[in-house]
Write a protein that binds this ligand. Sequence first.
Ligand SMILES: [Zn+2]
Length: 214
Amino acid sequence: MSFPILWALKAAPVADANERLILIALAEAARSDGTGAVLSRKQVAAVALVDVKTVQRRLGQLRQRGLIAEGDQREVIHLPEQSRPKAYDLLIPYSAFPDIGQVNAEREARGEEPLTPDMRPDLPDAPAKRRRRDLGTVLGPQRQRTGISEALRQFVYERDGYRCVRCGAPDDLTLDHIHPWVLGGVNSEENLRTLCRPCNSSKNATIEGPEVTA
Ligand SMILES: [Zn+2]
């Protein structure tokens, strides 16, 4: 495995899985120093399993935080303009390379100046996750069963003080539909409450029938 891939996989300060996959897609196409990753957004999207718009937005964010930069576009000048991909550089920090001597020898062989700590400074930590504003929407296939977004889940837990509203237990928390999901109860903050798993199961067993916990 090339070092840029390893860096993207293990060390790069990415904000989430999408960024990681996009970075891995670029790393796979990059040289040992992280430069010259020639890929179209479509190709990146195919690796990261996201749509092209997401790729575009995430590339912008990665650029803003200094993880990537636009590379030397002479690398792609020979390709047809209409479908021309972009060249990106992964700005792997100097301090991250396990064998900077080898990397710089390869750069020298290409007629490029050696990397220095100034050219490749350390990167800031990944930003903390922002709370999503789209409370209640489905985020991914694993949520299809209940359709409760991570944001809504966190909202209800926070509102209930991260405690079971029946017994006050702080652990093993689940979301409970007050009007049961199987009976058409909706995923709204009004219809959701925090129950610990024991309370949720005893409720299910005795009164309202099977319940979705997730
Ligand atoms: Zn409880």
